[in-house]
Design a protein around this ligand. Structure first.
Ligand code: NA7
Length: 537
């Protein structure tokens, strides 16, 4: 947008850049996407930056944000510490008025407003922290912390007695990092995570240099636009059943040895549409993982003989030594399906069959993802309808980019886009590039209002539901479809038609004289000025 000479303001709740990586500073926080593709695919940015590990940790990711800032200086236009608390569309003037609250130096709160013709919600998918309501939570005398609210100053875990509730990506990372430090670690598990070996390693400056100069980087970035999830690998065209047992085992073994999401996303194409194919992959995974766990009972808890949901339909995490942690004498696991939590007491956690004392309880219980961030911003159109009203009978968007009745409001990395099924920086760049094209037209043609049509929204929503419905993904209780939050509607929250199909749909929407959209042109003389100015009160 800067290249188009548009005046932009970024409102950012955190005191610095990094988004989800700023807040999630818990021990072991790390990205599960391999280098080099967890970054913006722009040589101007990647030429001058070296990741030091194949799967970069949180601090390194923050260092990357600083690097991008040093190149683009986005901080110049960013109002840090400013949380959006409302937005209202003025249909007459064609302007959004965005309300925010900012903490001043004395700790007081100041409210302010920004007026802009265009409003882009780049708020990420982890919209709202989810803390289950557990009786007695307020009584606990030790420290109780959610993984995404970890203090920036850290917590001293040495020789502490710690409980972790939740074994999603955050729980797994925390558990394997803190197990060796704590004096007692109890994991409260509801569903086992089908973790895959990360196979972490360091990267030397010479290796990075070579990969940049010999074309490896560029090839990897090019490839991301052609694969299902924006990774440098993809599903195989052949069916699992077209290959012999030996061939399949050979493939699975090599994918596990290579590390990363290979067994999840570089597998046969029918693993997520055919239950039997899925089961075969699970059995392979299960048998390999069970060999790493000593205790028979724990084998069954962590890698059960019968899979509780189809393999890969809940997000698998990458692990380094997760399973070995459970071989340590001071680490134990409570299966909440057999032994549910009754309450939190002043000293610890009471379950049906036992009671334990803790210094620290960690809630690694995830997020109300994809929809809640938009809903919480209290965005209202000219009819005083909110996004929550509009979605009261289910999420509806066009291309995951716009919502009918809310002109000039765009979303990035939100619902009904590849989001949770797309490598973050790649899918955000795809949407960002599309927005670049949109704003080029806005400038060129003097557009003041851009809105999606109702039938386009219906078409896209139907497509999202259809592709989701044909897969095995609806068979798992997961945040992918909102079933991690009690009372939340269960529905397709992501577009799983794959990145290439998504790019095609985005491109197509800008063809044929923009007839897919309701567009209003400026009738005054000074088109450029009227279309792009951001007014600030
Ligand atoms: P997730 O993946 O939503 O994991 C949350 C975990 O917390 C998961 O194991 C849940 O079990 C568990 N959970 C949730 N509520 C409860 C209650 N009431 N009692 C016990 N356990 C509970 O969140 P993460 O932060 O790990 O990951 C977030 C994602 O964001 C991550 O995958 C990245 O891609 C971005 P369940 O599986 O529902 O039985």
């Amino acid at each position: 947008l800067r290249k188009l000479n548009l005046k932009c303001i970024i409102l950012e709740k955190a005191p610095r850049s990094g988004g989800v990586w700023y807040w999630n500073c818990y021990p072991g926080a790390r990205v599960d996407t391999p280098e080099p593709v967890y970054q913006i695919p722009d040589p101007e940015l990647w030429e001058g930056f070296d990741f030091r590990e194949r799967y970069p940790g949180r601090d390194e990711l923050c260092r990357y944000f600083d690097h991008v800032d040093s190149k683009l200086n986005f901080s110049k236009d960013t109002w840090y510490g400013s949380k959006v608390i409302g937005a209202k569309w003025d249909n007459e003037a064609c302007f959004w008025e965005v309300k925010y609250v900012r903490q001043d130096k004395e700790g007081g709160l100041t409210e302010g407003k920004v007026k802009g013709r265009w409003f882009i919600a780049g708020i990420g998918l982890s919209g709202e922290i989810y803390k289950p309501k557990i009786e007695g939570m307020e009584l606990f005398k030790g420290q109780l912390v959610h993984s995404a609210e970890w203090p920036q100053t850290g917590i001293d875990l040495k020789d502490k007695s710690v409980a972790v509730i939740g074994t999603g990506a955050s729980g797994v990372q925390i558990i394997q990092e803190i197990a060796p430090i704590t004096s007692q670690l109890t994991v409260y598990q509801r569903t086992p995570n089908f973790c895959l070996p990360m196979v972490q390693r360091s990267l030397s400056p010479s290796e990075n240099k070579k990969k940049k100069s010999d074309g490896t980087y560029q090839t990897a970035f090019n490839k991301t636009l052609t694969t299902f999830a924006g990774f440098p690998y993809d599903f195989l065209p052949q069916s699992l059943f077209s290959e012999s047992f030996e061939k399949r085992e050979e493939l699975f073994q090599s994918l596990m040895e290579e590390g990363g999401f290979g067994l999840w996303l570089n597998n046969y194409h029918d693993v997520y549409s055919d239950e039997k194919a899925n089961e075969i992959v699970y059995e392979f995974w299960r048998d390999r993982i069970r060999k790493r766990i000593q205790d028979e009972n724990l084998k069954e808890k962590l890698a059960p003989m019968k899979q509780p949901h189809p393999f890969g339909t809940k997000r698998p995490s990458l692990e380094i030594n997760y399973y070995e942690c459970f071989n340590l004498p001071h680490v134990d696991l409570i299966d909440l399906n057999e032994n549910p939590i009754l309450k939190i007491t002043q000293e610890g956690i009471k379950t049906k069959d036992d009671e334990k004392k803790f210094d620290l309880i960690i809630l690694a219980t995830g997020f109300n993802a994809l929809t809640k961030g938009m809903e919480n911003m209290n965005v209202k159109n000219d009819k005083d309808e909110s996004i929550s009203d509009h979605w009261s009978e289910g999420v509806k968007t066009t291309l995951g980019m716009m919502v009918n009745g809310f002109p000039n409001l765009f979303m990035i990395y939100g619902p009904q886009a590849p989001s949770a099924f797309g490598n973050g920086p790649i899918s955000a760049s795809i949407q960002g590039n599309w927005l670049g094209k949109v704003f080029e037209m806005v400038k060129e043609k003097g557009i003041v209002k851009w809105e999606t049509k109702k039938d386009e929204e219906e078409k896209w929503t139907l497509e999202c539901r259809e592709v989701w419905g044909k897969s095995l993904f609806p068979n798992a209780k997961s945040w992918y479809q909102g079933s991690n939050i009690p009372g939340k509607r269960v529905e397709a929250l992501n577009y799983i038609g794959g990145i290439p199909r998504y790019i095609k749909a985005l491109d197509k929407s800008l063809e044929d004289g923009l007839k897919a959209w309701d567009i209003k042109y400026d009738s005054s003389e000074n088109k450029e000025e009227r279309s792009t100015t951001t007014k600030v009160d």
